[in-house]
Design a protein around this ligand. Structure first.
Ligand SMILES: *Cc1c(COP(=O)(O)O)cnc(C)c1O
Length: 413
């Protein structure tokens, strides 16, 4: 047995989160490293969804809005997500997609920032949808949009800045950005900080309340395992809620939704972030999925996540000829999320062959292989196998004399 596979055995034996793995539907022939795109299915969810469909919908029908708690689900499930992102209850509402929530948050932030602040900053390296929506939000509110890297944000902030939209973890490189520092810098300039937590929630502690984040959004189908198209969430810091002026003031966010008033009066609290009728089937699948977090320590999740990514980088170094792959994920733990991104010539083809051999990650154009490490169900044996197969696939493709790969070896540090 190779040295890395012995290490994997030791690490798995010492892993306090290992028992959680059995709560997910996993296929023993596959190493699933794409939980940063679509989390695996918690095993109890299908029966719960069947109950929602057959009994709550099929038998109770309209009564379920009250009796099955459908109406209050957006706030109730928001409170279930709250501890996972470091928020006290009453500040998160679940619903709509992340894209829609980015729009709500940005327009509301601009409205709160005041007329004289005429500029919006957006992460230039962002997942595209955030950038598209920021551009539309800026155009709609008559602000100028400036795209800057998170590192450039402190210098770009000023008296003109209304709000800054940043990603906690970069979807491509896996870089963890400085949420406490950049939030404080935004506040020092009098701007609002809006964070996208898609690639951090469920993988590491976020600390929204602790760090004074103003608004945040995130999806629930990645590390939160809520299922394909599961609804996203919107956090509005309690102190800002009375001033949160939604650009999408649907009837579900009305103070008296069943008053059917011709004019709009916003509901107090997190419900102000609602729009229309919630997508109950997806939402209740998410609610069931969130049960796997009961009693799970986020500190333990973070520790395992870092151990997994460290070990993957170590194994890639051990199993891959130098020069084939370059890690674009930062080495320092303080700058790393829960994924490893490797630059690789012909990444699309390499990933196709990895998947054919049972190692599922994904690739992002033009040349990045992405591997997401979900601490709840990825084992160290998975990591060792993925790195071993990757080494074989890459060697096979180029042959010993191949010249297409990049200059630097993958590094664990
Ligand atoms: C996954 C992801 C999204 C997804 O947005 P949808 O509206 O759910 O399609 C948005 N932003 C970031 C940063 C993401 O990683």
């Amino acid at each position: 047995m190779s040295e890395p596979s012995l290490r994997a055995k030791e690490l798995d034996a010492a892993d306090g989160l290992a028992p959680l793995r059995s709560r997910f539907v996993l296929d023993p022939g596959t190493v699933y490293l794409d939980g940063n795109s679509l989390g695996a299915l918690p095993a109890h969810v299908p029966d719960r969804v069947a109950d929602v469909v057959r009994r709550q919908w099929g038998e109770l029908r309209i009564r379920s809005w009250e009796e099955s708690g459908w109406w209050a689900a957006p706030e109730r499930i928001g409170d279930r997500i709250a501890p996972l992102v470091g928020a006290a209850p009453g500040q998160i509402v679940v619903g709509d997609s992340t894209s829609v929530n980015v729009f709500k948050a940005l327009v509301a932030a601009v409205r709160m920032a005041g007329e004289h602040r005429d500029e919006l900053l957006v992460d230039a390296t962002t997942f595209p949808t955030d950038g598209y929506l920021a551009e539309s939000a800026a155009r709609l509110t008559g602000r100028t949009l400036r795209a800057v890297t998170p590192q450039e944000v402190p210098a770009a902030l000023g008296r003109r800045t209304a709000a800054v939209l940043l990603n906690h973890v970069d979807y491509r490189t896996g870089r963890l950005h400085d949420l406490p520092g950049l939030t404080a810098a935004s506040h020092a300039a009098g701007a609002l900080a809006v964070w996208d937590l898609c690639h951090s929630a469920g993988a590491l502690p976020v600390g929204l309340d602790e760090h004074g984040v103003d608004l945040a959004v995130g999806c629930t189908y990645k590390y939160l395992n809520g299922g394909p198209g599961a609804p996203a969430y919107l956090y509005v810091r309690r102190a800002l809620q009375p001033r949160f002026d939604s650009p999408l003031p649907g009837w579900n966010s009305h103070a008296e939704p069943f008053g059917m008033a011709p004019s709009y009066t916003p509901a107090p609290g997190a419900a102000r972030g609602r729009v229309g009728t919630p997508d109950i089937l997806s939402m209740l699948a998410l609610e069931a999925a969130l049960e796997v977090w009961d009693g799970v320590s986020l500190a333990a999740v973070r520790a395992k996540s870092l151990a997994l990514t460290d070990f993957f980088l170590e194994c890639v170094t051990a199993y891959t000829e130098p020069g084939r792959l370059t890690s674009v994920t930062p080495g320092p733990h303080g700058q790393r999320g829960s994924q490893v991104a490797l630059r690789c010539a012909d990444a699309a083809d390499v990933m196709k062959r990895l998947i054919a051999r049972g190692v599922v990650g994904d690739h992002r154009a033009p040349d990045v292989l992405r591997f997401g490490f979900t601490p709840l169900y990825v084992s160290f044996a998975d990591v060792e196998r993925a790195a071993r197969v990757l080494g074989e696939v890459v060697a096979d493709r180029d042959g010993p004399a191949g010249g297409a790969a990049t200059a630097e070896p993958a590094r664990a540090g």
